[in-house]
Design a protein around this ligand. Sequence first.
Ligand code: SAH
Length: 370
Amino acid sequence: MRKSFLKTLERVSTYDFVTHAKKIKNKTFSDTDKTIVDDIVFLLKSTNLDERFLLYKKAAQIRDTQCGKRMVLRGLLEISSYCNNSCYYCGLNRKNQKAQRYKLSAQQILDCTDTIWQAGIKTVVMQSGEDAMPAQELASIIKEIKSRYDMAITLSVGERSQKDYECWKNAGADRYLLRIESSDPALYARLHADRTVQTRIRCLDNLQELGYQTGSGFMVGVPGQTLNHIAKDIIFIAGRNFDMVGIGPFIPHPQTPFKDAKTGDITLTMNAEAIIRLTNKNAWLPATTAVGSLEKDYRVDVLKAGANVIMPNFSPTNVRKKYAIYPGKKCIQESIENYKTEMNDIADKAGLFLDYSKADSLKEAYYKKI
Ligand code: SAH
């Protein structure tokens, strides 16, 4: 184990990232504030088993005391694979002629939501490509779900106007997931055509101001990303006090410009996950589908490194393979019938209790607002 490992672990766990973010904003940032980047890079680099054991143990302890020793469930519904964007990493990009496009009808979405409810899960996460769905259309679906069930609604449909976010919030949406992908303007530009990180940040600002429980995150191992980029993304995320943070390894898709790039490293992903727990103590952190889709299913390992959410897929079986953001998505084989056994098994192996509650944000600020 490296000599300064324990001290670095302690420094990162006790650092005040919200004040750090304010210093950046007010331009009172000093050179001493920069050392936190080096500290995070130092932890990210851990490959030694003893170091990793301590890192994950500390992350799991923080999770247990701040969030409870539980694993919560969110039902995922992939509502449309149409997309007007051309993100270089994503299989749904509009330039992919081979992509199979579908859009679920309102009735299909309501039927799947009912399946989620019957399965005992009290959150539906509706995700899609950037398909320009009229805001009113989604608002009606949100209202209908809210009138039928005591359920939380999470949206993950990309960059939209403040007006659209407001329309969905007023219709009853509770939460929104929008990954920053990269907080570095140059790297962001290398990953996306015709898109800027400023717009992403504007969207995240709008969502937080509107009172959405907001989630963000990034991929580990996208082409061009260094450990410094990851450290800065972790700092960006901790500074914004998100309610949820999701990360996962980059997986190359054959119909994208990044088809020949390497898959993101799982050790690095687990280290990043644990550091995110140290720096976002009471946020909900999913063990994402991407970590379950590598050569082996690493979701239990990621839960042991500080995560506490699983998002089983409830999209209709015939569309699941069409929502191919990356190849080999774990859920394609997952059956709805077997999901309870599988979820129990995952929680058991991770040493957590399975929690079927709505599991709203644990952030004080959120409760103050409502
Ligand atoms: N259109 C929505 C949903 C995108 S899919 C949006 O833009 O927010 C959800 C997440 O999957 C993305 O934010 C991205 O981080 C991740 N993703 C996309 N392509 C991927 C790939 N090839 N490997 C791993 N994760 C990927």
